[in-house]
Design a binder for this molecule. Sequence first.
Ligand code: SF4
Length: 366
Amino acid sequence: MKGLYIHIPFCVRKCEYCDFVSFPGMERERDAYISALISEMELYRGESLDTVFIGGGTPTALTAEQLSRLLLAVHDNFDIASGAEITVEANPGTVTDEKISALLAGGVDRVSVGVQSFNDNELKAIGRIHDAETAKETVEKLYAAGFENISLDLMASLPYQTMDSFKHSLEAAVALPIKHISVYSLIIEEGTPIERKYKDGVYKLPDEDTDRELYHFTAEFLRRRGFERYEISNYAMPGYESRHNLKYWTYAEYLGIGLAAHSYLDGMRRYNTSDIKKYLSGSFGEDETILTDDDKRGEYMMLGLRKTEGVSAAAFKKLFGIGLYDSYKAAIDKFTRAGALEFSDGFLRLTERGLDIANTVMCEFI
Ligand code: SF4
């Protein structure tokens, strides 16, 4: 079955590092945006889905009524499998009792909370709207309301972050009733306010070794507390891996609805417009690419190697009709010799060393 991603491009305020398609304010456009989303959903009416992910932006920046309308439309337009995973991203400071009720009534069973840090000076430096205490309260409130599948996002390599402050964030995270953690490093994107501050020397970037040290520490720390790493940046208690994100990493089909969303359907990637005026006027699609077999194989490898279990040689052969080794002999030999790849139990995977240079390895497969 397919997965569905829905993009909500609204936030309370723009974070300093953010280059996602998301806008502060625009309260007046939000009802019209939900109407446009529903019109786009109607184009795919009847599709069977077993995962839904409402992301952004900040979906919980919508009102309870808007969330209810959106979730109702998802159930009206699609055939949602029983036991489907339905995730909504939430930001501390935007979650009210009414919104929680709307999410529960709409069948949401997983909430992914963007916390990023439990240190107020770091949160302030990256322009988050909340402090550490609000983040804790939000997770506890969601749990008390009945969400037992809660994920939390943290960021590494933040301004002012030290090994000790990062450990504090990890400790605070695992003290909360969560089942899943994502840890991504801050990326300085061009044109963001934080880029200017780095260029002006206001903040200093941690070097690559410190970044790697944080990652190694994270994996070990979380493993000891019952969270297994199952993807480069994602850790879960057994059975709580993100089923929706696993669709991306296993190259399954998914439908993307909303501004700047993209889909992978029938061997084709479809891109929606990033222009909100166009989107609101009902002009959703912007571009599409028919993937060649080479493209598909390369993407399959690049995404599959993100998983710690790696890429199944049998699944590769079944999908592409050609052996994994026959397709990528040179790259596999090169990185196996370098100790970055290993093949065992029918899976090709990145080693510990390979995880550190994952991008370099993956590039060889594209
Ligand atoms: S909350 Fe997320 S999407 Fe919104 S501005 Fe911050 S980083 Fe960007």
